[in-house]
Design a protein around this ligand. Sequence first.
Ligand SMILES: [Zn+2]
Length: 385
Amino acid sequence: MSPSPIQAFLDRDLIPPLADQDEIRLLCLQPGVTGDKIVCTTQHVKLSTNPQYEALSYVWGSKDMRPITLNSYPWEVRENLFDALINLRHETKPRILWIDAICIKQDDVKERNHQVSRMGTIYSKASKVVAWLGLANEFTVEALGHLEKFEEEEAPKIICSSSLVFKNELAGTEAGHRILEGVRLISLRSYWTRLWIIQELQLASDADIQCGRNCVPWEVFKAFFMDLEPEEPYYPVFSALGEDEKHVSPLSNLIWEAWSRDDSPSVRNSQYLSHLCFSFRKSQCEKAIDKILGLWSLAPVCCQDGVPVDYDLGVDQVLGKIFGHEVGAHDTPSRYLDRDEGVDRLRKLIFESWSHWTELERTWRQVEEDMAAYDLLLTSLDELV
Ligand SMILES: [Zn+2]
């Protein structure tokens, strides 16, 4: 049996190994027009020399493979990445990208571990992060087409231009409904449910969201979504996501989180690792431990120091470290629990369902109330002495 194109490629070792810990692989996407084959080459650069590249943020998605040419040989990529390459390709000039599936040798465990630990740096050093949401449909074209007319604006603004124009000129019209439907469909894309995209977007110095050929600055999309959400006439669009879902939908969370970070450095520092894990508990990742470590780059330094990244630890060991850190460094109700109970609570908070949370929330509040009563008792005893 003849080897598959991928095996033939690996056998020839046509992706050269990285020379040292500072080196990363970049992808050069050759120019082309509709109908041309996708042609790419890889190149090595030192991250410390601040190379110019854009980093792709996307979901791997279905395992259906599509053919491309990589370093002059046949290669295969998953369908969603193939669609991204087709739509991101420039007509006349190459585009330099960092894309995990190609720039990290997926069959080299040692390289993979090291590169994964550097992903926060890779995304934060990219000149731009491009969030690929998938192929367009008629509604997404109208929604993003509306937003493409607007530039990024200086924050803070009471209301952004795109939503102002929408409310004054488009709300209630057929075109307005189609735009809202497009925003709703975009907010339901599987892209938003992937846990790793949170750090990829939050750490980006600049980001665009792209759906098909439409490309909008993340800041513009975020501002429009924020302005729209609480307004009564538009509310049904978001309540279509379901009342509970609306409040924990990954896109809503991501936008609120990003907004509170932009708004105030003190808020940024109060988003403890445990809070982040809880906020994004609905996001999906392949390994349970990534539900915690995938958010580590966004946590304040105290939490990073208190809970170092260590893939050799099990989930409960990492939860134990979080609990220990919470008790030692943060003023949270968890200080009243013993370690096993604390780990158990954290595990439920982060890994169990939304319905479970309402019950847990009550329990936590009870602990706080009990302790407040206890503190009051101690104070009054002090006064008696
Ligand atoms: Zn901390």
